[in-house]
Design a protein around this ligand. Structure first.
Ligand SMILES: Nc1ncnc2c1ncn2[C@@H]1O[C@H](COP(=O)(O)OP(=O)(O)OP(=O)(O)O)[C@@H](O)[C@H]1O
Length: 646
């Protein structure tokens, strides 16, 4: 059995890294975060981005998501672990130094003061020097570990940012059609921002706070066991409170991630579709919808922050009650003569200080919950895998003639969706120009998308020069098959840069030759800065026809054997249409071309016309031949001619 026929046949089936047998999953950056769970189908509904909007999770589901998130964090820490370890050591020493300050105060009062009174100078300078030494050690170490944490966290975020971008670029079209760019933007911006807050300041405050509390707690135990016991008793209400906060804020923050993504999706759609919004006067209704989504987000945020509002003062209350207990019990024992006054002062000082970092830790916990919710979403996104992948042992085609063949090719967008192309058999000889026409929704673009390999057929095969597209090396496919899309998208930058996208290594002469070939050289020279004109700047903005010509030049430079063209439906004025038509004819040359045609002039230059209806070829022949047969094409041809007054 060939590799192609062994493949899964469900077109459009979304894959996650855990189950995709491709090179993508083994990418060196961040390997798939959910592979361990791949065999466990209980979590299929949570794999990848599938369960992203599920707010309530049961215990096992939480564990699955948590593990995926933590695994991602661990993977991100590769390369900065030494730095993190060193940071941890510095934090421990710095906090030990800081925590010993109450001990030094007790020592100064109970040991140093009596000696000073007796005239011994060591009573003053020994505690004084120790105090300064501790402060200097803590200061120097804090400086170093703050810098190291920033470096480590920024490095982790840098890796993650790159990984999210790489992954979203690599994912197949079916993913993007489902997931929308708004959600991707939300993952890349607000989710990574939450993580940044945690990694930048949060972890530092946690380790610092915990260490400080630990060492201060130890000094309290060293000074007085009674006070140590009071401190331990205070840990119980703290633990109960922490558990309550964790349970509630986890759900609350998960909700904020979902509502924030919805808000960003709406924003991005309104902005990218601003022409449609304004054309249909939807500004007010879009604004109202946005306000509603923003209000949901506001409420979710207020709910999660309110939880923090309960946590923080409750911790402070526990802290103050503990200090009072230590003071009262210690004061009583001072009166009884069981405790030195210096020790009591140090104990009260230390007990007060022991709770200080709780504030910081609570803040950390807050950003941890927010970042955990974000990490859940980002790790899910990274778990996705492209459905269209390169074969394990790809076949190479150095030169291509451009012969295309659809053999019993069927396609459906979703496993359980309707069949869009039905067992299509179609042979297109090298060099032929084929115009595809048909009613809207007939399947014309789908044919083009299969050739461009945005999708793979659900069954059957599509071949180029006899090589199944699924077996063809991706680089060779990209080199031999180029698609010019309707919107003729231009990237920010110069005209030159936009044409060079066709072949980045092309020389200046080749770029100019391509522009001349398709007939846009003169119009480029008329722009304010010629080939250096920025397409987004005033004066560089091009008309629809001009943009088409630039995209033709780009395709000409790429020099593919097969050209797929989704002709723009928007009508151009007659001079522009003539220019575009000439450009197209020059671009076509001897290439094989499949053009989704919307203009009579384009069909007229085609060798062959295919009429598609409901995913089947219903007419196939030369344009003049079909025009005389009285079918769909004949009617279309007549309608075009009458609209042109011919
Ligand atoms: N991403 C998608 N997911 C699910 N179904 C889709 C998707 N894209 C297209 N379809 C469906 O597939 C069928 C064929 O669509 P296709 O875009 O190929 O038609 P078309 O002939 O190019 O139409 P048009 O001329 O309007 O562009 C339609 O029924 C359409 O609803």
């Amino acid at each position: 059995m060939s590799e192609a026929s062994e493949r899964a046949t469900g077109g459009g089936r979304r894959a996650v890294a855990g189950e995709a047998p491709d090179a993508e999953a083994a990418h060196a950056g961040v390997p798939d975060a959910g592979a361990n769970f791949a065999a466990d189908d209980r979590f299929a509904h949570l794999r990848g981005t599938a369960g992203e909007e599920q707010i309530q999770l049961d215990k096992a589901e939480r564990r699955f998501i948590r593990r995926r998130s933590w695994k991602l964090l661990v993977q991100l820490s590769v390369g900065v672990r030494r730095k993190l370890l060193l940071t941890a050591i510095f934090v421990v020493i710095a906090q030990a130094a800081q925590a010993s300050i109450p001990l030094i105060v007790a020592w100064a009062i109970d040991w140093g003061l009596p000696r000073m009174i007796e005239g011994q100078s060591s009573g003053m300078w020994l505690p004084g020097l120790s105090y300064i030494a501790c402060a200097v050690i803590a200061g120097v170490l804090i400086f170093h570990y703050t810098r190291m944490t920033a470096e480590a966290s920024q490095q982790m975020l840098f890796t993650l940012r790159g990984e999210v971008f790489r992954k979203t670029q690599a994912l197949s079209l079916d993913f993007h059609e489902d997931y929308t760019s708004g959600k991707v933007i939300s993952r890349q911006t607000s989710d990574l921002e939450s993580l940044r807050e945690l990694l930048d300041g949060g972890i530092n405050s946690l380790v610092q706070g915990v260490m400080f509390m630990f060492f201060t707690g130890v000094t309290i135990w060293i000074m007085d066991i009674h006070s140590g016991l009071i401190l331990v008793a205070a840990l119980f209400p703290i633990a109960v409170l922490g558990r309550w906060y964790q349970r509630n804020s986890e759900v609350a923050y998960r909700r904020t991630r979902v509502s924030s993504a919805k808000m960003i999706v709406h924003f991005v759609e309104s902005m990218t579709g601003i022409r449609a919004v304004q054309a249909f006067r939807r500004e007010d209704s879009r604004s109202r919808q946005y306000r509603r989504l923003a209000a949901d987000y506001r409420e979710d945020m207020v709910r999660s922050i309110s939880l923090f509002g309960v946590l923080q003062p409750s911790l402070m209350l526990i802290g103050n009650v503990t200090v009072t207990a230590v003071l009262l019990w210690g004061g009583y024992r001072v009166l009884e003569g069981d405790l030195g006054i210096g020790v009591l002062v140090a104990l009260v000082l230390a007990t007060k200080r022991v709770f200080q970092p709780l504030d910081m830790i609570a803040m950390f916990y807050n950003s941890l919950q927010s970042a955990t919710a974000a990490l859940e979403k980002v790790s899910g996104l990274l778990e996705e895998s492209p459905t269209v992948t390169e074969a394990r042992h790809p076949r190479h085609l150095n030169e291509a003639r451009g012969e295309l063949e659809f053999s019993q090719a069927s396609f459906r967008y979703a496993e359980d969706g309707p069949v869009v192309l039905h067992s299509l058999d179609l042979h297109i000889p090298a060099g032929q120009t084929v115009a595809v026409v048909g009613r809207t929704g007939a399947g014309k673009s789908t044919l083009a998308k299969l050739l461009a390999r945005f999708y793979d057929v659900s069954s059957g095969a599509v071949t180029l020069d006899g090589v199944d597209l699924r077996d063809l090396a991706t680089a060779d496919h990209h080199r031999h098959v180029a698609m010019v899309t309707q919107e003729a998208f231009l990237f920010s930058g110069t005209i030159r840069g936009n044409i060079a996208l066709g072949r980045p290594e092309a020389s200046e002469q080749e770029i100019i030759a391509a522009a001349k070939a398709v007939g846009c050289h003169d119009l480029i020279l008329e722009l304010p800065e010629g080939y250096d004109t920025d397409v987004n700047k005033r004066g560089g903005r091009l008309s629809a026809g001009q943009r088409q010509l630039i995209s033709f030049a780009r395709a000409f430079l790429a020099d593919p054997a097969v050209l797929i063209l989704d002709e723009a439906t928007s009508s151009l004025d007659l001079p522009s249409e003539a220019l575009v038509q000439q450009g197209l004819e020059r671009l076509l040359g001897n290439r094989t071309a499949l053009i989704i045609a919307h203009r009579l002039s384009t069909v007229a230059i085609a060798d062959r016309v295919l009429v598609i209806d409901d995913g089947r070829v219903v007419e196939d022949g030369a344009p003049e031949e079909l025009a005389s047969q009285g079918g769909y094409y004949a009617k279309l041809d007549a309608a075009w001619r009458s609209s042109m007054g011919a």
